[in-house]
Design a protein around this ligand. Sequence first.
Ligand SMILES: CSCCC(=O)C(=O)COP(=O)(O)O
Ligand SMILES: [Mg+2]
Length: 227
Amino acid sequence: MIRAILTDIEGTTSSIRFVKEVLFPYAAEQMGDFLARHWDDPAVVEQMAAARQESGEALATPEQAAALMRAWIDEDRKATPLKALQGMIWESGYRNGDYQAHLYPDAARRLRDWHHQGFPLYVYSSGSVAAQKLFFGYSEAGDLTPLFQGYFDTTSGGKKEAASYRRISEAIGLPGHEILFLSDVEAELDAAREAGLHTVLLDRDNALPDGAHPRVTDFDAIDPASF
Ligand SMILES: CSCCC(=O)C(=O)COP(=O)(O)O
Ligand SMILES: [Mg+2]
């Protein structure tokens, strides 16, 4: 029986296009300026230390660091320091009203329904926890943060590693077989299933063949009671 639902964001609750064509370019454009202005802030110092560790580069100036961060954005690298910096940069964009996060209407509707039915809801995204809270706080469907019990990011591990889902199950306080994980990426679902979670593949473009995971094109087709 499912007792909690864990959802991915990009490609699952929300369009890939919004992330790739709005959020990532915004972060890339602001990165140089942001690092120059916040170079000595403790939160940035911490992420720069992590970026040096991951890259092996000296990153001695904001310009050098910005160039590497932009390269990582281009390759869609799910690096924790990049994700933390993106979250810091996106904050002002949301607060200034430069954009609102895209939410598929079916996702917003079903997340509200499941919350009202008593399912604890959680997010697991490569975006930082701070970025996730901004995303759902400033969404096209309004502030959805009251729906969620908790958020997980790459500090729990990579999304294609079964160990990450074991950590998340432990943090939620439920065995894997009582958690339903929703994602648009089969490799993430494979890892979640290896950790014992139930899975559903969101195939928003109805373009994928039937495979190892139940496949739906929207949240309306998901019935947590059917597992
Ligand atoms: C939290 S919003 C931005 C999402 C993001 O940065 C990203 O890399 C998307 O990853 P996801 O795990 O949600 O597919
Ligand atoms: Mg995704």
